[in-house]
Design a protein around this ligand. Structure first.
Ligand code: HSE
Length: 339
């Protein structure tokens, strides 16, 4: 029998940092260091544009944070970004989010140096900026012994996302921070709910090596929608949520249809519909764009089918001269972790 995982449907409470007081249990001395991993995420989950996302086990980013003796934040090193990310602390989403957090708890006296190790492609649709930001926030929270709920970090992570893509959506940062499958029921006020999911649900991810910046992929989406499309979409979202609660994998698969965003964004992804056919023929439960793309993902009932799908899609992409990276994972219920 399938086991229920993280079935609490309670809203994550007290997201407003004013709701509970930060109490530091320690004042880390210069030289104290921590290394944190935060996971990649699949946002939207096909029908839930900006409201659904889940975390995976790999890939993910790593942040090394070191306490220094001079107040302020520095970034000494970024690896794995091919020189694309700014070292300037005013321009980097990790340092900016950490700075907002330090201001909120009145600890701008602290000196911190950050090393960011990108372990996943930028502009891949796998929540690359979110993973970095969440790793940074989790590192500073842990260094300072802030033992409040990790959800307290969400508003700061959203600020980082706003800076990275021009829009503060939470469907990458929330699952990266909280782990598991997450619903953002509302942005104002922020109301975030952790959803259950069937145990044994596998995710096959293929990243075709073409760059699709989220900022650009958001610009091409239509601003108005037809009522008949809205009806189809909310039926599917409700179906997907029902499937997650009842562990009905067929229902999850049937609900993975998107009539609003995928028809537009799929044009940015090489052979999207060919890849979908290949994945479904190989036994996928459902298939779609991961976040704003170009990564695509499929749910499967087992690891073997997930591997079969990644191989078939990679082979196809190689045939049309596009490099790719593949990942197979279960849903990551843990979120960020100290390494
Ligand atoms: N919901 C966001 C979008 C996720 O689709 O633009 C970006 O990864």
């Amino acid at each position: 029998m399938e086991q229920e995982v993280n079935a609490s449907a309670k809203p994550i409470e007290a997201l407003d940092s004013a709701n509970s007081q930060y109490q530091s249990t320690g004042n880390p001395s210069p030289g104290t260091e921590i290394k944190v991993f935060a996971p990649a995420t699949v946002a939207n989950v096909v029908c839930g544009f900006d409201v659904l996302g889940f975390a995976v086990n790999e890939p993910g980013d790593e942040v090394v944070m070191r306490v220094t003796d001079k107040p302020g934040i520095t970034i000494s090193k970024i690896t794995g970004d091919n020189g694309r990310l700014p070292l300037s602390p005013e321009k980097n989403t990790v340092s900016v989010s950490v700075q907002h957090y330090l201001e909120s708890i009145g600890r701008t006296d602290l000196g911190l140096d950050i090393e960011l190790h990108k372990k996943m492609p930028i502009g891949s649709g796998l929540g690359s900026s979110s993973a970095s930001t969440v790793a940074g926030l989790f590192a500073v929270k842990t260094l300072l012994g802030d033992d409040r709920d990790v959800a307290k970090l969400l508003p700061f992570a959203i600020k980082g996302e706003e800076m990275a893509c021009g829009h503060g959506h939470a469907d990458n940062v929330a699952p990266a921070l909280l782990g598991g499958f997450v619903l953002i029921r509302s942005y104002e006020p922020l109301d975030v709910i952790r959803l259950p999911h069937p145990a044994g649900l596998y995710c096959a991810i293929v990243f075709p090596d073409v760059d699709v910046p989220t900022r650009e992929a958001r610009k091409i989406i239509r601003n108005t929608i037809q009522m008949k499309d809205a009806v189809t979409q909310w039926g599917n979202i409700a179906g997907l949520i029902s499937g997650l609660y009842t562990h009905d994998i067929d229902l999850i698969g049937r609900s993975m249809q998107d009539v609003l965003v995928e028809p537009v964004r799929s044009i940015l992804i090489p052979d999207f519909y060919v890849m979908r056919d290949l994945a479904m023929q190989a036994g996928a439960v459902g298939f779609g764009i991961s976040g704003s793309g170009p990564s695509v993902f499929a749910f499967t009932r087992d690891e073997e089918t997930a591997l079969k799908i990644t191989q078939a899609l990679q082979q196809h992409l190689t045939g049309i001269k596009i490099n790719s990276h593949t990942y197979v994972s279960t849903i990551n219920d843990a979120g960020p972790r100290v390494l």
